[in-house]
Write a protein of this length. Sequence first.
Length: 194
Amino acid sequence: MQHVMSTSVREPTDAELTEHLKENRERYMTPRRITFEHVFFEGDVSEADAWYQTTLSHGEIPTDVGDIFWLGRRMEKYSASQSLTVLGNKFVKQLMDLPLNEWSKPIQSARGVHLVRVEEVHEPEALPAKEMQSRLREDWKKNKEFAVFKDQISEFAQGYDIILPDETAAHTVASRHATQAGKVWKAKAAVSLD
């Protein structure tokens, strides 16, 4: 109905887009992202724990340790939502709180166990200019179209009194319709059987 009723809106001015950006800046930022190295273990936590103990004294884990992870050993600029999709909620909650450049204790993911070392935290930043302009324009127009739609609905509703039944009445009406539909179906079935 919204598509049928609303009309197209004009293109926004630069000043309108600037104002929209000021009011909604967080919507036009990249998410916080993390670059991290991890060593993946498909099996139980004991092997991961043994290697964690080794890192406490030696600092590094050889590159041939662990099992092959389908996305590699280094995950670059992964947001929480990307990590969540790949590794699960429990993993992401711990990942976001890890210190820089230290191997973590074993962390369970949806795929296995990991030792993780956060290399860099990438704080939110403004979207690239071309993408931002496109999204700003699209969002501004959608907001204006929705405002026009709301005005049209308000204008349309002025000629009507809208009375919503209480829950009991609605249930009674629905039951009555269901009973009547059942009688009609039985009557049709009886007629078609003859």
